[in-house]
Design a protein around this ligand. Structure first.
Ligand code: 13P
Length: 256
């Protein structure tokens, strides 16, 4: 099964408008329009619109890092699906571990966000992953299963046709401690099998699963050599154009 690879940069709560536009410009210059993989960047809400103007006409996709599930209303401080779309986003990151663990977002809330994203034709990137404690107590698969089952509850295969999953082990995020290619591959196989059993084998085979957690120019090639890694979601290393460009141009196996 050929799954188009994706390299995504999550800029988290970094960069002012000028810096964000400058970085977007440099990434745009590094991305060949005929590149055989997708490139996506996720700036802060306040920089979405300006960055969109910079990447207009390039193949780079734009994602918001979060959103509310309602279209509008009295939700001070939140941003709606309509608003992120209006600002130019085609994708949205949902349930990043920082949202789950720092802001207490639950699987039930994330399920509403996934539903809202697909309802508004926004591609959801649902993040899942275990903590170090969960891994060390052999609970990794149970945690991933719960996050998938609850996060995708009451949604059909058809509704989820654009879904992207990001496997981001919490212990690997921002720690410099990358999962080994084998650990990542094992988790991705588990996720794919679970999606196949929840929906259908063809669904499981089609859905792209990205790996995130201390991805760097130094480890991208060995990660992308794993057959079930369909791409990466990069934090810190996506903030420097040169390093991110190297990650975009990974040398791994291209066929999935
Ligand atoms: P780092 O690449 O900085 O570890 O962050 C990963 C991440 O959280 C991407 O969403």
């Amino acid at each position: 099964m050929q799954r188009r690879k994706m390299v995504a940069g999550n800029w988290k709560m970094h960069l002012n408008m000028e810096e964000a536009c400058g970085l977007a410009e440099r990434i745009k210059n590094a991305v060949d329009p005929d590149l055989d993989r997708d490139v996506l960047i996720a700036p802060s809400f306040t920089n979405l619109h300006s960055v969109k103007k910079v990447i207009e006409g390039s193949p780079i996709f734009l994602a918001a890092q979060n959103m509310n599930w309602e279209e509008k209303g009295a939700f001070t401080g939140d941003v709606s699906p309509l608003q992120i779309k209006d600002a130019g986003s085609t994708h949205v990151i949902i349930g990043h571990s920082e949202r789950r663990h720092v802001f207490g977002e639950t699987d039930g809330m994330l399920n509403k966000k996934v539903k809202a994203a697909v309802t508004h034709s926004i591609t959801p990137i649902l993040c899942i992953g275990e903590t170090l404690e969960e891994r060390e107590s052999q609970k990794t698969y149970r945690v991933l299963e719960t996050q998938l089952v609850k996060g995708l509850a009451n949604l059909s295969e058809n509704e989820l046709s654009s879904l992207i999953i990001a496997y981001e082990p919490v212990w690997a995020i921002g720690t410099g401690k990358t999962a080994t290619p084998e650990q990542a591959q094992d988790a991705h196989i588990f996720v794919r099998k679970k999606l196949s059993s929840m929906f259908s084998v063809s669904f499981g085979e089609t859905i792209r699963i990205l790996y995130g957690g201390s991805v760097k120019p130094e480890n991208i090639d060995e990660l992308m050599a794993q057959p079930d890694l369909d791409g990466v979601l990069v934090g810190g290393a996506s903030l420097k154009a040169e390093g991110f460009s190297r990650i975009i141009h990974f040398q791994g196996v291209i066929t999935g």
